[in-house]
Design a protein around this ligand. Structure first.
Ligand code: ATP
Ligand code: MG
Length: 721
């Protein structure tokens, strides 16, 4: 590809950024101005024009999905494989680094990542051994404290708790928690970043190697980096790498998780040669949507300030709909989606955005009743389900005996006579002698401290783990998974349980074997072995992508999850005081501005049509609230808005058959979207989608107990309820 085509489809300012001489640069620009596009083209430019090897490039994106897309786009542009380029999220890249240099990071080779659920379990256990009351120290609060400190790069010895007893206790909990993680070879999400940063500081030769290598560093969505992420990039860049960051202070929405928009200013101070390029033309939204968004965000003080304009048409005004309750709201949204479809639009071009996950249920129900396929981003992840975590616990313990979180999870699952008393002895031995639970078992058995039956049970468990490890040593991953779910007794345990839930758990365990079979070893992780790579994959990357990504479906997600994306039609639902801005934000002053930025992010996702809805009364979190429209609506000048009036017919009673309308019957399956059906194994559920015809006809059913499944109609023996 020739050079000029690298600059095709870019405006002057964008070209200036893409083709800038090699130096550091800040691209500061509002939503939809092409920041991500510039970043992608810049990577291609560096390779093709500046002759930079992909090996010298490190690019940070906000999600793994964005990383994959960017890699693909670059490969298309340069017409070749860029495998040696590092591209990923901060967590993904830091993890890779720790795998490669585990010894220098003071980690065992088989260290494992724990998720927030594991972290809470560990904290609960620690609170118990320290005799602290969970009510006084809610594990979530303790976790928040620990993660917050780590995000700021602080170890316990950096913290001065002053004379405050509560702070003193939290600090102590941080210490004890960290000690047990270290003993067990476990790292939580915040720890991944902190360790990677410490690796730079403690091992100058490693740092020098990467500083030599990564001459070109690029970061998207920079406004949402936290202190430790910034420090990591800062140190890596040293004094000579070229760093391009792109961001928008108006879209900083992760302050509650420690993100620091000040990092934009810091960057300019730390890289004095860096030029700031501002992009001002918006390519995404109509004039009305863009102007309304600009006016809204102008209510925030302390902005870096920018003005966005568009060559595009004004388009229609933003529709604002006042619903009388949440069901009416949902029905309105679904009605507009059907209009869009009637005009030939795709479902996937429509997104429904909401502030709180709990809002999705009613929207889903309304979509179902109209037979409209939808997909939720961020539902319950496969790897977060109980039975999967059980099985993963065995695999983790096989990979690393010292993994206390895994040990706790499976030591008595299925039940093998290791009771609470024995566990308490194990825990206190571990704690008193700075041992992991596995080591505590060894010690107690050697010293013959445990009573005969307890000793036998513990020995049996240890033998099982050792046996599983030797049995599966030479096996491919999927056979290993299969052996483990069988020989651990997990499968039998769930098979013996009655009911649909248990059935589904067995199915999920079987699905784990499939997951292992289809697992593709990332090239860069080859050294760590298949099992470890699979375990990390489960902890790090689960849930971002979802199955059946190919059917045309409406996209549902929280406003946070929508960052960086765009859709022709956007609905923002529940724009009410107390919900958006949220109650919590209203109580804390500075949070209101972050909520406003979130509103700005939401509005600027829309390309052609934007609908804002609110309800006069809403049943949510199990209670009914009467609320006023959000102040954000009032902050938009009326000339950009079109208030849609309630139609008389809408107030018809909706009690039982709330979304009652004629339903689309699938020609082949005989079922209609929204039909309640029952399956001999999975129980009752609702039809949500279908595809194919004849013997290939399949329906998707959202089962009440086991979640969503695709079934072949010819075999499934579904019955209408
Ligand atoms: P956000 O702040 O929401 O992440 P962004 O600044 O990263 O937005 P992009 O997603 O890169 O913006 O671009 C927004 C849209 O405009 C995309 O559809 C992109 O393809 C398009 N676009 C960007 N630059 C141009 C251009 N010069 N000509 C035509 N279309 C463009
Ligand atoms: Mg972007």
């Amino acid at each position: 590809m020739d050079v000029s085509s690298l600059l095709d489809g870019l405006n002057d300012k964008q070209r200036e950024a893409v083709a800038a001489p090699q130096s550091s640069m800040l691209v500061l620009a509002g939503a939809g101005s092409g920041k991500t596009r510039v970043l992608t083209h810049r990577i291609a430019w560096l390779m093709q024009v500046e002759n930079q090897s992909p090996y010298s490039i490190l690019a940070v994106t906000f999600t793994n999905k964005a990383a994959a897309e960017m890699r693909e786009r670059v490969e298309k542009t340069v017409g070749g494989n860029v495998g040696r380029m590092w591209i990923g999220t901060f967590h993904g890249l830091a993890h890779r680094l720790l795998r490669t240099h585990y010894q220098d990071a003071n980690l065992p080779q088989s260290f494992q990542i724990i998720d927030s659920d594991d972290q809470l379990r560990m904290l609960k256990r620690i609170l118990k051994t320290l005799n602290l009351d969970e009510k006084q120290f809610p594990p979530r609060m303790v976790a928040g404290y620990i993660n917050g400190k780590k995000d700021q790069g602080l170890r316990p010895n950096h913290i001065d708790a002053g004379g405050f007893p509560l702070e003193q206790q939290l600090l102590n909990l941080y210490k004890v928690y960290q000690d047990s993680c270290d003993r067990a070879g476990l790292v939580d999400f915040a720890e991944i970043l902190l360790r990677a940063h410490e690796l730079w500081l403690n091992k100058p030769h490693i740092l020098a190697h990467y500083q030599d290598r990564f001459r070109n560093i690029l970061v998207d969505e920079f406004q949402d980096t936290n202190a430790i992420q910034y420090a990591w990039i800062r140190v890596l860049a040293g004094n000579s790498a070229n760093v391009m960051i792109v961001g928008d202070d108006d879209q900083s929405i992760y302050g509650w998780r420690g993100a620091q928009v000040e990092n934009l200013h810091k960057f300019l101070g730390d890289f004095p040669g860096a030029e700031t390029i501002r992009l001002e033309q918006n390519y995404r939204s109509t004039g009305n949507i863009l102007n309304a968004s600009n006016e809204l965000i102008a209510n925030n003080p302390d902005r870096l300030g920018k003005k966005l304009w568009t060559e595009g048409k004004d388009g229609e005004p933003i529709s604002v709909y006042c619903a009388f309750n949440e069901m009416d709201e949902a029905r309105f949204v679904v009605g507009r989606i059907m209009d869009w479809q009637d005009k030939g639009g795709m479902l996937s071009e429509c997104a429904i955005l909401y502030r709180s996950n709990a809002q999705s249920r009613v929207l889903e129900e309304a979509l179902l009743h109209k037979g409209i396929a939808y997909r939720i981003y961020g539902g319950l992840r496969f790897f977060e389900r109980q039975e999967i975590k059980d099985a993963m616990g065995y695999l983790r313990l096989m990979a690393n005996r010292d993994d206390d979180a895994a040990f706790e999870r499976v030591v008595n699952t299925p039940a093998r006579g290791i009771g609470d008393r024995t566990l308490d002895i194990l825990r206190s031995t571990a704690r008193n002698h700075s041992l992991t639970l596995w080591q505590a078992c060894q010690r107690l058995l050697e010293e013959k401290v445990l009573a005969g039956r307890a000793a036998n049970a513990v020995r049996g468990f240890m033998d099982l783990i050792i046996q599983l490890t030797t049995d599966t040593e030479e096996m491919p991953l999927y056979r290993m998974a299969d052996t483990v779910i069988r020989d651990s007794g997990l499968k039998a345990m769930y098979e013996a349980e009655k009911g649909e839930k248990a059935h589904a758990r067995v199915e999920n365990l079987e699905e784990l074997v499939t997951a292992a079979r289809t697992f593709e070893m990332p090239e860069e992780l080859e050294d760590m072995g298949e099992l470890n790579a699979f375990l990390s994959h489960a902890a790090l990357e689960a849930g971002e992508g979802q199955a059946d990504a190919f059917t045309d479906a409406v996209q549902l997600m929280t406003l946070h999850a929508a960052k960086g994306l765009e859709f022709p039609v956007v609905f923002m639902a529940g724009v009410e005081e107390g919900l958006f801005p949220s109650k919590m934000a209203l109580e804390e002053g500075d949070r209101l501005e972050e909520e406003r930025r979130l509103c700005y992010v939401g509005m600027t996702r829309a390309m052609q049509h934007l609908y804002i809805t609110y309800a006069e009364s809403r049943r949510i979190y199990g209670r009914e609230d009467y609320s006023r429209p959000s102040r954000f609506i009032k902050e938009i000048p009326p000339q950009y808005l079109n208030e849609i009036r309630l139609k008389a017919s809408v107030s018809a009673p909706m009690a039982n058959n709330r979304f009652n309308q004629q339903q689309k019957v699938f020609n082949d399956s005989g079922f209609a979207m929204g039909d309640r059906v029952t399956h001999f194994k999975f129980g009752e559920g609702r039809v949500t989608n279908y595809e194919g015809s004849g013997p290939q006809a399949r329906v998707q059913v959202n089962f009440d107990d086991v979640g969503s499944k695709w079934l072949v109609v010819a075999y499934a023996k579904l019955q209408k309820v």
